[in-house]
Design a protein around this ligand. Sequence first.
Ligand SMILES: [Zn+2]
Length: 260
Amino acid sequence: MNKTPRKRSRGSGTYISQSYRTHGIVLRTYKLAEADRIIVILTADHGQIRAVAKGVRRTTSKFGSTLEPFMHTRLQLVPRRNMHMIVQTETIHPYGMMLTNDYDSFGAASAMVETAEQLTRDEDITGASQQYRLLHGAIAALARRAASPIMLLTSYLLRALAIAGWAPTFDECSKCGVEGRHNWLSVPLGGVVCDDCAPPQTPYATDDVVALLAALLAGDWKVVSQAEPAQTRQATSFVAQYLQYHLEKTLQSLSVMDQG
Ligand SMILES: [Zn+2]
């Protein structure tokens, strides 16, 4: 990044001296006025921020593609009363460009950033920093095609929910706590439940599906890679329902999980 001279600018002597630097993943953007955008970013150390990028929609903009969704970007910002302003950017990892040419990866990344935006909206810095590290790892794994996009997404969602305080349970009854392999899979009760605790109509899951869910939560990719398509479908369906149960808003991008 070029050094920004500390000089009077735009009528304010403190314009640059109050600026701060951070880096983060771009979650989404909104159009603002003629050529500007509001950029929503999950940063490594400042939580989720919303900032204005002036002139970013002009083809000649100095920001280039650094503020497109999924990009990992270094930022210099100036605090303003209503919303911070982005003054300089530099790409660290061009994940946005790496993901645009693969439909499934792009869909999975879209669901990840939409979830991250929801989960970090009112989150404290500690929780948001954990969410940042998880999201960055998941987007990077998508970009290098480390596993199937739908499995990377499902694993990401389970772990993001766990950080948010909604860790599902797959190794003991999530209601009474009795240990062992249970096969009733309850969204409202947060995981598997034993025969005694399972409410009527609770869906049944085979041992393989429960083991797959536990592996996705733990990041055990050896188990995940051996899963059959039918198990994968049931596991992703449970995770999509479990996520939706805990979020207030319906996530449009979750439709990618219907493909199983
Ligand atoms: Zn029980």
